[in-house]
Design a binder for this molecule. Structure first.
Ligand code: CP
Ligand code: NVA
Length: 301
């Protein structure tokens, strides 16, 4: 039987997301040691702080041995194919995880791997981040069903996974992005069909955050897009999360950012370093939600 992989939030049902969030909050010892005696390969084609550390520690907490490898060393599709790498590593490890430039690489690895493959961020999505975002919002603003979550900025990997988890959990997710950088109509339709929530796309940041319980953003220039920096900084100038924009959200609105952040670009210091910011507990939840996700994939109920 082929193992359960985790490449996108959209592969999960609403109940499965809730189970992962529940597993994330259970005492570590109650999860058992599903990775006892095996390794977990963590391959990074791009830099990482939160994802590397949270995944390494989650693997240890589940009884396994993390093996970190930089992309240059493994050489996916340079030294050998993604398929050969995954098929071989599945013989050493109980889990394979990769941060890749091209999403198709994790899809190809999953096709041949006999153990779960986890996407640790691709150009398409960042599902582990969305689980931490959902967990942190649940802990700070309560059950997401019927709540309003806003995003001002780029329709990127983080935004896509967050939109998916919000719709699965019954929230309204409203994005404002410049016309050339927003979701396609087909993406809006696809994500709206995932669950009971609602996904609304527009171009006006004030309209997107109006009355929101949570306001999110992310960098304007994702890893791998450095050549687009000048054009994106110009296009996104009006989408910065400022104190004035936060004032349009609900009075109790909380601010979230996956980090790393660029103060003065996508968010002002007064917001990310202010009382409404939840970015540090959000980052800490990367560990708990990663542990919950891995436990789920490894069959912990
Ligand atoms: N948020 C996040 O994925 O951070 P890193 O790039 O540091 O892993
Ligand atoms: N959108 C960002 C997220 C980093 C965690 C990137 O892909 O670089």
């Amino acid at each position: 039987m082929s193992p359960r992989h985790f490449l996108d939030i959209s592969e999960l049902s609403s109940d499965e997301v809730r189970l992962i969030l529940d597993l994330a909050q259970r005492p570590v010892a109650s999860l058992g040691r599903p990775l006892e005696g095996v390794g977990a390969a963590l391959i990074f084609e791009k830099p990482s702080n939160r994802t590397r550390h949270s995944m390494e520690i989650a693997v240890v907490q589940l009884g396994g041995h993390p093996v970190y490898a930089r992309g240059e060393e493994v050489g996916i599709d340079v030294r050998e194919t993604a398929e050969d790498i995954a098929a071989v590593m599945a013989g050493y490890h109980g889990l394979l995880a990769a941060r890749v430039f091209k999403h198709d690489v994790v899809v190809r690895m999953a096709k041949v791997s006999g153990v779960p493959v986890v996407n640790m961020l691709s150009d398409h999505s960042h599902p582990l981040q969305a689980l931490a975002d959902a967990l942190t919002m649940q802990q700070t603003i309560g059950d997401l069903a019927g709540r309003s979550v806003a995003w001002s900025g780029d329709w990127n990997n983080v935004a896509r996974s967050l939109a998916e988890v919000c719709v699965l959990l019954g929230a309204r997710f409203s994005i404002a992005a410049p016309p050339a950088y927003g979701p396609s109509a087909s993406e809006v339709t696809r994500i709206n069909a995932l669950g009971p929530g609602e996904f609304v796309a527009g171009t006006d940041p004030v309209a997107a955050v109006a009355g929101a319980d949570a306001v999110h953003t992310d960098v304007w220039v994702s890893m791998g897009q450095e050549a687009e920096t000048a054009a994106k900084e110009k296009a996104f100038a009006a989408y910065k999360v400022t104190g004035a924009l936060m004032a349009k959200a609900a009075p109790s609105a909380q601010f979230f950012h996956c980090l790393p952040a660029h103060r003065g670009y996508e968010v002002d210091g007064e917001v990310i370093d202010g009382p409404a910011s939840r970015v540090v507990p959000q980052a800490h939840n990367r560990l708990h939600s990663a542990r919950g996700a891995l436990a789920f994939l490894l069959g912990v109920k």
